[in-house]
Design a binder for this molecule. Structure first.
Ligand SMILES: *Cc1c(COP(=O)(O)O)cnc(C)c1O
Length: 217
């Protein structure tokens, strides 16, 4: 199947109230243009350098999402244009995003990444780690806007494990919304292999790469 066919097939499986982030990491400009020409405007990348280069090369109405682990020292490179950072996994990083957003006279939307997988390689907060900060210092960070949560499930064929992890992220979202951050709306969970399950479990933002663009080799 072509990229266009893949894209339209995925789109048909996603309800209208769920946002599709087309994950274009490692893929060439032409592949992104193909999907752009089908109407897609939200693209996700996981490396700062690649994100900056693609932003420069492509139409300016694209909304670029940073989805990969972000080092504080690199925030300044994406702060002028990034539209959502999914992978905020430390308080230090939140503070740096706030600082760089202020320098650019912007307010940057962020998702808090939570640790839900069994694998020890995934980044993210624990709820108990971030709630004291939310209740005290968060108000002073005027240039960030926390709009929701993000998580990555364990890479496994065991649907029950993945489902349990998605339920964990949904319950973290519910707890935060009810008791700490009443304005949050976004749950970013689900990738090529598990986005339908993620949507069943409450996701309203899915990050799909290889099912659209093909494998990354
Ligand atoms: C690569 C990546 C995706 C997309 O993965 P696919 O399996 O190719 O759909 C989603 N989220 C994050 C954080 C990624 O790094």
């Amino acid at each position: 199947m072509t990229i266009t066919e893949n894209y339209n097939k995925i789109l048909a499986k996603i309800p209208k109230d769920v946002t599709l982030v087309a994950v274009s990491k490692t893929k060439p400009i032409e592949a992104i243009e193909t999907v752009y020409n089908e109407g897609q405007r939200i693209f996700g990348e996981n490396r700062v350098q690649e994100l900056v280069e693609k932003h420069e090369a492509l139409p300016k109405d694209i909304e670029w999402h940073m989805i990969g682990h972000l080092q504080s020292k690199k925030v300044k490179n994406i702060a002028p244009f990034v539209s959502l950072i999914h992978s905020v996994d430390s308080i230090k990083l939140l503070q740096e995003i706030n600082k760089q957003a202020e320098k650019n006279d912007r307010k940057i939307d962020c998702l808090l990444q939570f640790y839900i997988a069994q694998e020890s390689t995934k980044y993210g907060f624990d709820l108990s780690e971030i709630t004291p900060f939310i209740e005290t210092e968060l108000v002073s960070l005027k240039n960030i806007n926390i709009i929701g949560v993000m998580g990555m499930a364990t890479f496994t064929d065991d649907t029950l494990v993945v489902k349990t992890e998605f339920q964990k992220l949904k319950s973290i979202f519910d707890e935060l919304k009810q008791n700490h951050l009443p304005n949050i709306e976004t749950i970013s969970m689900g990738m090529s292999g598990d986005f339908e399950l993620a949507i069943q479990e409450g996701s309203n933002m899915v990050r799909v790469g290889s099912s659209i663009f093909g494998g990354r080799g």
